[in-house]
Design a protein around this ligand. Structure first.
Ligand SMILES: CC(C)(COP(=O)(O)OP(=O)(O)OC[C@H]1O[C@@H](n2cnc3c(N)ncnc32)[C@H](O)[C@@H]1OP(=O)(O)O)[C@@H](O)C(=O)NCCC(=O)NCCS
Length: 162
């Protein structure tokens, strides 16, 4: 397939993932990532979504995001490009449009979270000039020494028990 020959429309913006033509694609990708242990199933049905579509209306790339008004930031929940259309610059087009949207809305930062084992996502993040700042924390149940059992009657806060 000559990817360059496919005519794409300009990025489109839908005000909600639910009911948009990108809905199924985002859910499918989220499930694929979740099966690898790299994220959660997609829950952000009420997020806005940017899409790249062919002139036949096939969504080939999608980026779901919301506004974090108090922090004056955009938060990306998930972005994906269909297999077979990757590394053609489609997601960069959406990213560029997202930066414009942030500017139009007076938002100062764009936040995104990813699993560091996700090589494609890490390469994309670096190529886009994003700066790593945090990925949260994870606790593996059963992998740690058990804490001493606390007698509920003794379990008073601030008693310097440990
Ligand atoms: C990450 C993903 C959305 C990138 O989509 P894409 O349309 O292929 O991205 P683009 O072609 O626009 O590439 C964007 C940049 O990332 C880099 N990149 C993308 N995939 C890459 C890969 N597999 N290896 C190295 N670099 C890669 C490109 O070099 C490009 O940089 P450039 O514009 O300076 O050349 C796509 O790989 C994907 O859907 N992955 C699975 C879902 C996922 O992991 N989503 C992110 C979860 S947070």
């Amino acid at each position: 397939m000559d990817k360059q020959a496919i005519p794409y429309t300009a990025p489109k913006l839908y005000n909600m993932v639910a009911g948009s033509p990108a809905e199924l694609m985002l859910h499918e990708e989220a499930i694929r990532l979740a099966r690898k242990g790299w994220g959660d199933p997609f829950r952000d049905w009420d997020y806005e979504v940017l899409t790249m579509e062919t002139d036949k209306g096939l969504v080939v790339s999608a980026l779901a995001f919301t506004e974090d008004e108090p922090n004056k930031a955009i938060v990306i929940s998930l972005g994906t490009t269909l297999q077979g259309y990757r590394k053609c610059g489609l997601y960069r087009i959406l990213w560029t449009r997202l930066i414009e949207i942030a500017k139009e809305r007076g938002l100062k930062e764009i936040h995104a979270y990813r699993d560091p084992r996700n090589k494609e996502s890490t390469a994309m993040s670096k190529a886009f000039g994003r700066e790593d700042f945090s990925i949260g924390s994870r606790y593996k149940v059963g992998a740690h020494r058990a804490l001493p059992t606390i007698n509920p009657i003794e379990a008073l806060c601030g008693q310097g028990r440990r």
